[in-house]
Design a protein around this ligand. Structure first.
Ligand SMILES: [Zn+2]
Length: 277
């Protein structure tokens, strides 16, 4: 059933705090995100496609990206804390107050600002893009910590940095029953520092994965693996550079956060939030 908040705009509030977390769980059944996963049947990469179909997929994919640059962005992402500005008030944003918009989290200075945004999200699209540009992705959660399958951007628990994404509602329920049982796997196996498509650099789709030389490479869409093969060495070098850069920045920020930041953590965050490696 479409709807349940994550509609065509990608808008989905995910408030936190005891009462709001309860509300969030209560409404935690999300429709499948057709943009991200619905168009990617199992085994789509293994079957050869005619060139016209691939070109069509590529064009479709990139046309969508031109219209909504972050539409397939960082559902399954996590980042260390940093100073960000609220798209509604221009004040420093609290990473514990966020909403979903075009497949990403947006952070706000207050609950009132979040509610104002949700009434007219398109009005603040430019300011949201500014916030995202100031806060580039360093890693993306691509796998479900419960099943090991690709994580879906519409099935998650928590908010912003603390959000954990799942492959299904059943997986989410299992996590809620015993998060400690899966937390180790989440940190060890479920993230990638590859944030951009191996061919074009657009935000990756966790379901668009292909094994190359024994390693998982991520793409933004079904058409991009073809482009990758046309200049494999060049693209591999770019991916490796991106991963190294993201990982170094992630470790730098994590170290800084471990040393000086605990006092500034928003009080509204869940106590059992996953910690960065
Ligand atoms: Zn791509």
């Amino acid at each position: 059933m479409p709807g349940q908040g994550d509609d065509g705009t990608g808008l989905k509030a995910r408030p936190v705090g005891p009462r709001r977390r309860w509300l969030a769980r209560r409404s935690g059944t999300h429709a499948p995100d057709q943009r991200r996963n619905g168009a990617l049947p199992p085994g789509w990469l293994s079957a050869p496609r005619v060139a016209g179909a691939c070109l069509g997929a590529w064009l479709l994919c990139h046309a969508a990206t031109l219209i909504a640059p972050a539409a397939v962005a960082d559902d399954a992402s996590s980042r260390p804390a940093s100073a960000l500005l609220c798209p509604v008030t221009g004040q420093p944003a609290d990473r514990g107050i966020c909403a979903r918009f075009r497949g990403r989290f947006v952070y706000f200075a207050s609950d009132a600002a979040r509610q104002q945004f949700e009434r007219e999200p398109a009005r603040f699209a430019e300011q949201v893009q500014t916030q995202w540009t100031a806060d580039p992705l360093l890693r993306v959660q691509v796998r479900c910590p419960v099943t090991g399958e690709p994580a879906r951007g519409t099935v998650y628990e928590g908010c912003g940095d603390d959000a954990v994404f799942f492959a299904s509602e059943e997986a989410r329920r299992k996590w809620l029953a015993d998060p400690a049982a899966y937390r180790d796997r989440l940190e060890r196996e479920c993230y990638t520092f590859q944030t951009g498509c191996a061919t074009c650099g657009n935000p990756i789709n966790p379901a668009a994965v292909k094994t190359v030389d024994g390693r998982a490479l991520y793409f933004c869409c079904t058409g991009c693996p073809m482009g990758f093969e046309r200049d494999r060495e060049k693209h591999l070098r770019a991916v490796d550079a991106q991963i190294a850069s993201n990982k170094a920045e992630w470790e730098r920020r994590s170290a800084a956060r471990a040393v000086g930041a605990p006092a500034s953590q928003p009080a509204t965050r869940p106590a059992a939030a996953p910690t960065p490696p």
